[in-house]
Design a binder for this molecule. Structure first.
Ligand code: ZN
Length: 410
């Protein structure tokens, strides 16, 4: 048994912090007990780490990452820029850095294959708990169907673990969902609008209603959640009506109050991914810059309207497009969009676990859940940006195992 004692606990539920707390972790990697230090009985053989003066939180969760992506240039995206082995090792390094920055769970929304998850689970590499989309679905001309300005199409993936994901018509969509499930997907991701391309804006619809319904139904038959990239327009509406489980981006939702109500009624999460759009607006291609700048205020207004409508807004960065290892930036941007620091923390912990359909096992510091815990120096409720400072991440534990400990060793 192991115990963290004396810290200020923010438990991920949104409830008030608990001072002088204790968390007891059992040998199965789960939280045995949590409460005021005086109220938690510690067994005599328990290893105690004193975290007095520090803040204890659930491990952070990013609901939208791309661990295997490095920028938007064609060579990189098509896997032509370096040998596969170098890419695999580069991804492994990012996974370890992401874990050590306090992120104990990542939902990868595209192109990370199941081998990475196996490697983490088998202890070959250190990384966050992973939830994978493997290959996102898209029709011909959709976002995942890449072609170059010269008209050349993306070469077939050299990785047989990643299906192409391109499917048209309800029957092909169903078959491709099955293919992606076979490849190890935990969540079915699809693109139902574009963004930032001459031929695809955030309001260009990809799948029609019949295709979208087939996708959602087939995914749910296999017990998988559905994450849909949609910014606005008919593709966004079609996805919400079909009952996807999360809307990725959703930048134009503020102008669609009936859709926000539908999302709240159906329990559909919103992952606004401000991080990536902050970069798109300043460093993207001309189309992306114009589009992201154009809807910036609408995107911000969407957060408040979504919360008022009862939609759960969660943290996801869409990292990989522009940077890795600074996933906590999203919480700063959620606060800038009007969330309180506590709401932003819940968006990256308790609610995020719900978005991953893992609310029973992670996301909050409660007895019975996995001990995915972090200890930080300072109070994120008074300064949410401190979570981006790697030096202030003092301890990282995933499933009871300590991966970083700057507390005991100081
Ligand atoms: Zn993405």
């Amino acid at each position: 048994m192991l115990a963290l004692t004396g810290g200020n606990l923010i438990d991920g539920t949104g409830g008030p912090p608990l001072s002088d707390a204790a968390v007891l972790v059992n040998d199965q990697g789960r939280i045995e007990a949590v409460g005021k230090r005086a109220a938690v009985a510690l067994p005599p053989e328990c290893h105690v780490i004193d975290i007095t003066g520090l803040t204890l939180l659930p491990g952070l969760i990013d609901c939208h990452d791309h661990l295997t992506s490095f920028g938007y240039d064609l060579m990189g995206r098509w896997g032509l820029a370096e040998p596969q082995s170098a890419r695999v090792l580069r991804v492994a390094k990012v996974m370890e850095e992401t874990l050590l920055s306090g992120y104990t769970a990542i939902r990868d929304c595209g192109w990370l294959d199941a081998g990475y998850k196996q490697a983490v689970e088998q202890g070959l590499i250190s990384g966050p708990r992973l939830q994978l989309a493997t290959s996102p679905l898209s029709p011909i001309q959709g976002t995942a169907n890449r072609s170059s300005p010269s008209g050349h199409h993306q070469p077939t993936s050299p990785n047989p673990n990643l299906p192409s994901g391109i499917a048209d018509g309800p029957d092909e969509v169903r078959a491709t969902v099955r293919e992606v499930v076979r490849a190890g997907a935990d969540v079915i991701k699809f693109f139902n609008t574009g963004f930032g391309r001459q031929t695809q804006s955030g309001t260009t619809r990809s799948y029609n209603a019949a295709e979208t319904q087939a996708l959602v139904e087939e995914a749910h038959i296999h017990g998988k959640t559905v994450a849909c990239h949609a910014l606005g327009g008919p593709g966004l509406r079609t996805a919400i009506e079909a009952g996807v489980d999360s809307i990725e981006h959703g930048c134009l939702l503020e102008s669609e109050p009936d859709l926000l109500k539908m999302m709240a009624d159906k329990g559909i999460y919103l992952v606004p991914t401000f991080t990536v759009f902050t970069f798109h607006a300043t460093q993207g291609n001309p189309h992306a810059q114009a589009e992201a700048t154009g809807f910036r205020q609408q995107h911000i207004d969407t957060v408040q309207k979504a919360l008022s409508a009862g939609v759960r807004v969660v943290a996801g960065t869409d990292a990989g497009g522009w940077e890795h290892g600074n996933n906590a930036k999203e919480m700063e941007l959620l606060v800038a969009a009007g969330m309180t620091p506590m709401q932003a923390l819940v968006a990256a912990t308790g609610w995020a676990a719900g978005c991953l359909d893992l609310a029973d096992s992670i996301g909050t510091v409660e007895a019975g859940k996995f001990a995915d815990l972090i200890v930080v120096d300072g109070d994120p409720l008074s300064d949410i940006t401190l979570l981006q400072d790697k030096e202030r991440i003092r301890l990282v534990m995933k499933e009871g195992k300590v991966f970083l400990d700057r507390v005991s060793s100081v």
